[in-house]
Design a protein around this ligand. Structure first.
Ligand code: PGA
Length: 254
């Protein structure tokens, strides 16, 4: 009953020429009912991809936004600027931004609000590092992130947010959470949404898994009750594996 979303997070990869070559290969994919497909691209490629995917089933998104509406923030991009590009999604709070760019939960919360005000769907990333998992603190860690990141976001907006559970130890490492571990964490997050909002919001919200998801393991992960798609890094960079992931998603609609 929830759509499956396959969202490619390209991170800092591909020139615009390379992005357009990819688009040429994938733009004919038919997403099918109840499957959403997206590429979350570096800022410089968004305009070209929007044009290339104009008549296709593939949506375009960004990977970051600044929380302030405008001003002296050299090198940053505002929600207004993204809105002008007519994008659908924007990642918020990816673990790489939290770690390398010192984004706090307060920053993440402000970014969510800036995007929601413009009607852009945030993909909120949460997840625990390896040492926290090793100590058994993953539920607390992710629970605190979800509470802080969603602080003050009203029930009318929660349906416009996607959440991605991305255990940091599984990102780019080749190590995937088992389908059971991933499903348990996505279910745990759904339970928090029910507590903070209501059961309808919990039932509706799309919760993705991210971390070394690829054609070889996607079917098993997507078969799980609480996993509504994937935020996919490495495996989204090659056209053939993105096409394969889209096919697996279409077969996984519950
Ligand atoms: P990965 O990245 O699929 O390369 O592990 C996922 C992500 O960081 O969103």
């Amino acid at each position: 009953m929830r759509d499956i979303l396959i969202a490619g997070n390209w991170k800092m990869n591909k020139t615009t020429a390379e992005a357009l070559a990819f688009a040429e290969e994938v733009k004919g994919i038919e997403a099918g009912d109840n499957v959403d497909l997206a590429i979350l691209a570096p800022f410089t490629q968004i305009g070209a991809l929007k044009d290339a995917f104009e008549d296709s089933d593939i949506l375009v998104g960004a990977q970051n936004v600044h929380q302030m509406p405008s001003g002296a923030y050299t090198g940053e991009i505002s929600a207004d600027m993204l809105d002008e590009l007519d994008i659908h999604y924007c990642i918020v709070g990816h673990s790489e931004r939290r770690e390398y760019f010192k984004e706090t939960d307060a920053d993440v919360n402000a970014k969510l609000k800036a995007l929601l005000a413009k009607g852009i769907t945030p993909i909120l990333c949460v997840g625990e590092p390896l040492n926290v998992r090793g100590m058994g603190g993953h539920l607390t860690h992710v629970g605190v992130q979800v509470h802080l990141d969603l602080a003050g976001i009203p029930i009318t907006d929660i349906k416009n947010i996607v959440i991605a559970y991305e255990p940091i130890w599984a990102i780019g490492t080749g190590k995937t959470a088992t389908p059971e571990e991933a499903d348990m964490m996505c279910g745990f997050i759904r339970g928090i949404i029910e507590g903070l909002y209501d059961d309808v919001s919990a039932e509706r919200i799309q919760i993705l898994y991210g971390g070394s998801m690829k054609p070889e393991n996607a079917a098993e992960l997507l078969a799980k009750e609480n996993i509504d798609g994937g935020l996919i890094g490495g495996a989204s960079l090659k056209a053939d594996s993105f096409i394969e992931l889209a096919r697996i998603a279409a077969e996984s609609v519950k």
